[in-house]
Design a protein around this ligand. Structure first.
Ligand code: AMP
Length: 583
């Protein structure tokens, strides 16, 4: 079948294939895979020779990634969380949008564009991309932390601001074009209608959705069909997002976020989140491909200084503004740095805004090229910005360590646990448990029974609470992060239990541990032969393959005939029956 008859399949196939190849190459070169995805997009885009995918379709596919990402984030959020971060997120996001818009307008003025062009262009630079932000937080395991929540809350406010901006744009265009005097009342009216629609949507979700969605999920779970459960997750995420956009004029992302949030209060949320992951990841990759496709590399040659200035506003201007605002609210440095780093990029909202601006003849066409170049460069550099800011924060903290702890000024309005970088432990001869989920918590319970001193490295809040309850010392954060590893004092530790399921991260932990302590006894968890080999090679002393252990346990049990001859009375139904095995 010729390719033009199946543009959707061609776009997905070419997008995924090239993203895979370039992602792999990027990984090899020790660059973030997303750089590879962006390049893959440039390759299938209209500005490079060869196959050209459909940019419209690619953008829509990316939108599915946004929906599933925001749905997943919503699952981890409650209304309470949202309200608790609102105090900083609302003024923060508004302040930052104002500052970034002013800077963008300044650049626009320097380029000789009109005032309204400056307004639109500045606005496009002020909003961050959902996909980039959420992935950055997830990669670092900080999405469930206070600073992660603030960043997400900030994003939600930006998203709302964008919904309003998109409504306002046509009104502003008419007013500034000077044709016909649009009364201010009309603008105010359309704003009010939009706000009312958003409020009605939120109310409907909180009143009706909150009851119907968890009920629907429970019902589906009880059918015992995994397929139907999965279907329910996708149907709800996409259905609510689409409905929100069509009926209430809310963005897909916000719709999906609320769908996730009302389901998040149900105990099925964990399972729902896991079901959404595979599809979410595939579509999130297509997001980067779709961004790459839009880029015309010519702009780097034709307007290098304008591109540079745009990138500087996004990377430096926005970060600095966010940092100062968060610090002004007296939040810890780590919080300020996370928020600044996660927002130092632009993406999908900016493309939509600039598209509208051009359609309404408010901005010159060159603005689009600048926005796209700014987006691609800032997305590529985002992981680097994160690393640099984190390192800077670490140095700064080390330099001010003494005064910072002794002189805690009238604890900030932010009554949150300090989330500065982990404080080094004073334990020696201790055991370290990485991850405190199903496996780690059992290891911890055993250690507690033996009265061993142990430290737990964990990223998730509920697992941390459990570990604390078991008497462990805590090192909060991503175990693969060298700063976290350093804080656990592995050089003086006795044993290291790596109980996280992800082999790449487990490998990073083991590799670093082996480097600082050649005699450390390292025990690791794995779920495949490849993972066993990988962890073995990096220096683990014992790698336990879950599946093999299950088989061993099954075979260990005496055969029924032997059980009978050994005398049923001795074992009894409670120990021998299915309940005993499951326990
Ligand atoms: P489970 O699979 O139930 O044993 O849970 C694994 C646990 O490890 C969860 O509580 C995760 O939060 C935690 N975890 C996974 N990866 C990391 C990581 N890189 N750093 C810290 N904690 C992690």
């Amino acid at each position: 079948m010729p390719e033009h008859q199946t543009p959707l399949i061609a776009t997905i196939a070419a997008g995924l294939m090239l993203a895979f190849i370039f992602g792999l190459i990027a990984q090899r070169l020790r660059v973030q895979p997303l750089v590879g995805y962006l390049l893959a997009g440039v390759m299938v885009g209209p500005y490079t020779p060869g196959f050209t995918a459909d940019p419209g379709l690619a953008a829509e596919l990316a939108e599915i990634g946004v929906i599933l990402l925001m749905f997943g984030v919503g699952l981890h959020f409650s209304m309470k969380d949202l309200l608790s971060v609102a105090r900083i997120a609302v003024p923060g996001a508004i302040g930052q949008i104002a500052v970034a818009t002013l800077m963008g307008a300044g650049l626009s003025w320097a380029l000789g564009w009109s005032a309204q062009a400056g307004f639109v262009f500045g606005l496009t630079l002020s909003v961050a991309s959902t996909v980039v932000l959420i992935r950055a937080l997830q990669d670092r395991h900080i999405i469930d932390t206070n600073r992660g929540r603030i960043a997400v809350g900030w994003l939600v406010v930006e998203d709302l601001a964008m919904v309003l901006a998109l409504v306002l744009l046509p009104a502003v265009a008419v007013v500034t074009a000077g044709d016909g005097n649009v009364p201010a009342s009309r603008i105010a009216f359309s704003l009010l209608v939009t706000l009312a629609k958003v409020s009605i949507f939120v109310a409907v979700m909180l009143v009706v959705g909150r009851r119907v969605i968890p009920w629907l999920m429970h019902h589906t779970a009880h059918t015992g069909s995994r397929e139907l459960f999965r279907l329910a997750v996708y149907a709800i995420a996409l259905g609510v997002a689409y409905g929100a956009a069509k009926l209430f004029g809310v963005s897909f992302a916000l719709g999906a976020f609320f769908a996730g949030m009302v389901l998040g209060e149900s105990d099925l949320s964990q399972q729902a989140a896991e079901e959404a992951i595979p599809l979410r990841d595939a579509f999130a990759v297509l997001f980067f491909v779709s961004v790459g496709m839009l880029l015309d590399p010519k702009v780097f040659v034709e307007a290098p200084f304008a591109v540079l200035a745009t990138v500087a506003i996004i990377l430096v201007g926005k970060s600095a503004a966010a940092y100062l605002i968060v610090r002004a609210f007296r939040y810890p440095i780590a919080t300020a740095l996370t928020v600044s780093a996660s927002l130092a990029q632009i993406g999908e909202f900016s493309f939509i805004l600039i598209g509208h601006g051009i359609e309404l003849k408010m901005v010159p066409k060159e603005a689009r090229d600048l926005v796209l170049a700014g987006a691609i460069v800032s997305i590529m550099l985002n992981p680097l910005v994160f690393t640099l800011l984190e390192r800077w924060g670490r140095d700064k903290q080390a330099a001010t360590a003494v005064p910072a702890t002794s002189n805690t000024p009238a604890a900030p309005a932010a009554a949150e646990p300090e989330e500065e970088l982990p404080t080094p432990t004073s334990l020696t001869g201790h055991d370290v448990v990485v991850g405190y989920g199903r496996v780690g918590s059992l290891v911890g319970a055993g250690l507690a029974r033996d009265a061993a001193k142990f430290l737990v490295i964990e990223a998730g809040e509920s697992a941390i609470a459990k570990a604390r309850g078991d008497g462990a010392e805590i090192c909060r954060g991503n175990a693969a992060d060298p700063a976290v590893i350093a804080a656990a004092n592995l050089a003086a530790a006795r044993r290291l239990f790596v109980t996280i399921p992800e082999p790449f991260e487990a490998g990073q932990v083991i590799q670093q541990a082996r480097l600082v302590n050649p005699s450390l006894d390292i025990l690791a968890r794995a779920h495949s032969d490849a993972a066993v080999e990988h962890l073995d090679r990096l220096g683990a002393n014992l790698v336990v393959l879950g599946e093999t252990e299950i088989a061993h346990r099954m075979l260990e049990r005496p055969r029924p005939a032997e059980t009978a001859s050994a005398g049923l009375a001795a074992e009894g139904p409670a120990a021998g029956g299915p309940a005993g095995v499951a326990a």
